[in-house]
Design a protein around this ligand. Structure first.
Ligand SMILES: Cc1cc2nc3c(=O)[nH]c(=O)nc-3n(C[C@H](O)[C@H](O)[C@H](O)COP(=O)(O)O)c2cc1C
Length: 197
């Protein structure tokens, strides 16, 4: 596929199914590849991933629902539940983290840039998120980007035995595509892009 079409083809997919488009081993290899090759500030490689399938995947969305129940008005909870249930109907979820220790080590090593490393760590993680999202799209796997942190952080760390230095940044439920995305609207590119010679 042409690179321009690849970019167009990556969309937020909310209608997820569990048709095994690729074996889990191959999906894991794709995620592994993105994690290895993603750019990072000073090549710090501060991003971390937990890739959830099967029971872990189901348990994760149960935790999200439990935590949301505590903060969602009762009359809106049915809607919330539908949404969360839809994320649990796919093949798995990628959890993206940044490692606090890697970031503080950089701050200590390069005091001149100390203030920038938190922001660069977020940038690096966003690039990794995009790489995984794009790679999934290229293989016909639908995904969306979710943010239930920090509400769920403590429970997730405990449930999956993750290092306390891993700071949760984003969640990406993925699966087969049961509902294609709606058309999306675009602002005028002329107002957003300046090409200067
Ligand atoms: C930084 C960032 C945060 C986002 N957070 C969420 C989110 O929490 N929940 C969600 O459903 N979509 C989220 N999205 C997806 C956007 O809503 C979506 O990318 C945008 O509407 C364009 O649609 P598309 O992804 O289909 O191109 C996020 C996207 C970005 C770049």
């Amino acid at each position: 596929m042409d690179v321009k079409d690849l970019v167009i083809n990556r969309r937020s997919i909310y209608g997820l199914g569990n048709k095994q488009i690729l074996p889990e081993k191959e999906i894991s290899a794709l995620v592994n590849h993105c994690l290895k090759y993603a750019p990072s500030a000073f090549n710090s490689q501060s991003s971390r991933i937990a890739l959830l399938y099967g029971n872990s995947y189901q348990k994760f969305w149960e935790i999200v629902l439990e935590e949301l129940k505590k903060v969602t008005p009762e009359d809106r909870f049915a809607l919330t539940k539908n949404k969360i249930t839809s994320f649990a109907q796919g093949l798995g979820t990628v959890l993206f983290f940044e490692d606090r220790q890697s970031v503080s080590a950089l701050q200590a090593k390069y005091p001149l840039y100390a203030k920038n490393f938190d922001v660069w760590s977020e940038h690096g993680n966003a690039m990794l998120q995009y790489m995984v999202w794009q790679t999934f799209a290229a293989r016909g796997i639908g995904a969306s980007l979710q943010h239930y942190n920090p509400l769920i952080d403590e429970k997730v760390e405990k449930e999956f035995g993750l290092p306390p230095s891993w700071r949760l940044i984003a969640q990406m439920p993925f699966g087969s595509i049961t509902t294609p995305p709606d058309d999306k609207s675009f602002l005028s590119i002329e107002e957003r892009l300046k090409v200067l010679y």
